[in-house]
Design a protein around this ligand. Structure first.
Ligand code: PLP
Length: 428
């Protein structure tokens, strides 16, 4: 008898227009999306539903640390899901304890709380600061202009960019912004209500701007002097992306006094689970018990599944020396992009970054991008899409490269060639 196979629904037929129409009808339009629908990935490559291949130099905005569909992550997921997907944080399980231990070992004595996202990890830090300052009536957290800390209400208040706050007023109280990399302005901004300072080691959404070593060491001194907590948002720049576990470790490498530096709290997410949603914050020893039983919680925080995957990501990064790879391939990308900036100064104004967190700034007023209402960075990223490379815009002028930590040199060369071809076309 002939088998009658029902025709597959549009989503299985991989019809880009049908997928977009599903979104238009059913998904809240809060994202400005590019016109690409992806179907699958392998290593540093993604494939859209029409079968076009893209070299992914964005990695889900610094998430897919091991690239797409890494076999060991799939195996860890499948194996753990057969054993135990979830148990409430009312109970203990081994993977959460072991993942917390791995994080503590890479920073300094302290403890870890697990969340689902970067914004939620930062929320935990805000609560640590509030508890810390509570009995003295201190609650205020200083954050930097151009920073990004997430889209929850407190995340918007913490973020130093007006565009994310618009329309969501009144802002959550207790956040004020300071100029980044400016110690004197920070000192002047401290008020009797200030409890903490939160900064990114490398501002990601703010255009790939690293903190200077003097700023970090100076902030530590200032926080000690004024009895403030010093927090670092490592959501985007953390997890070996810069060549060290946390970006401050890379920035302070070889700097006198740098080895004694530690912040009081660090938030993480993105690469931590290599694509599986998991976030965390680490808090330094003297403050590690501030959030006692009943003061903070998250149903899905640190599930067995998430923690097993994150442990596997740690294991692969270490075994394959991917921090070293991030350094060497990142340095190669930066050197070559600098070469392009010298060759095409009318298109590329400058290159910044550390490890595999690299940004290049487009020159102002590129004639070929002038008669269009889209920002230059979006137009440039669109041209790269056409040419088969994925990157991430940062603001209106900066293009970010945040590739998988196992990006190979030959893949970096391929990406650079395509980037150069797009630049060369704009230069004629
Ligand atoms: C530095 C930084 N902090 C926090 C966040 C928010 O993370 P999530 O989107 O996981 O909430 C992001 C996201 O881009 C980020 O880059």
């Amino acid at each position: 008898m002939k088998e009658i196979v029902p025709s597959p629904p549009p989503i299985v037929r991989n019809d880009a227009a049908a997928i977009q129409s599903l979104f238009q009808k059913n998904v809240v339009p809060s994202y400005g999306r590019f016109e690409i629908a992806f179907s699958h990935g392998a290593g540093s490559y993604l494939y859209d539903v029409a079968g076009k291949r893209y070299l992914d130099l964005g990695a889900g905005i610094a998430v897919c640390a091991l690239g797409h569909a890494p076999a060991e992550i799939t195996e860890a997921l499948v194996e753990q899901s057969r054993r135990l997907l979830h148990v409430s944080n009312l109970y203990y399980h081994e993977p959460q304890g072991r993942l917390a231990e791995a994080i503590v070992k890479h920073i300094a004595p302290g403890k870890v709380f697990f969340s689902n996202s970067g914004a939620e990890a930062n929320e935990g830090l805000y609560k640590v600061a509030r508890k810390f300052g509570h009995d003295e009536g201190r609650f205020e957290i200083l954050t930097a202009f151009n920073s990004f800390h997430g889209r929850t209400l407190a995340g918007l208040a913490a973020t130093g960019q007006e565009k994310v706050k618009k329309g969501f007023e009144p802002a959550v109280a207790g956040f004020r912004h300071i100029p980044y990399n400016d110690l004197e302005a920070t000192r002047a901004a401290i008020s009797p209500a200030t409890a903490a300072i939160l900064i990114e080691g490398v501002q990601g959404e703010g255009g790939i701007t690293p903190a200077s070593p003097e700023y970090l060491l100076g902030l530590r001194k200032l926080c000690d002097e004024k009895k403030l907590l010093l927090f670092m948002d490592g959501v985007q720049d953390g997890h070996f992306r810069t060549g060290c576990f946390q970006s401050y470790q890379r920035i302070l490498e070889g700097v006198p006094g740098g080895d004694k530096f530690a912040p009081d709290g660090i938030s993480m997410a993105k690469s931590l689970g290599g694509g599986f949603p998991i976030g965390a914050f680490w808090v330094r020893e003297p403050y590690a018990d501030l959030l006692g039983p009943g003061t903070h919680a998250s149903t899905f925080g640190g599930t067995p599944l998430g923690c097993v995957v994150a442990l596997k990501v740690f294991e692969v990064i270490q075994r394959e020396r991917l921090a070293d790879n991030a350094r060497s391939v990142g340095e190669f990308l930066k050197t070559e992009l600098n070469r392009l900036a010298q060759r095409y100064p009318q298109i590329v104004k400058g290159v910044r970054g550390l490890g595999l967190m690299v940004g290049f700034e487009l020159a102002a007023d590129i004639p070929a991008l002038a008669n269009n209402n889209k920002p230059a960075a979006i137009q440039f990223v669109n041209r790269l899409h056409e040419a088969g490379v994925l990157t991430i815009p940062s603001g209106n002028q900066v293009i970010r490269l945040l590739p998988p930590l196992n990006l190979r040199r030959i893949e970096a060369e391929e990406g650079l060639k395509i980037i150069e071809s797009v630049i060369a076309k704009l230069a004629v």
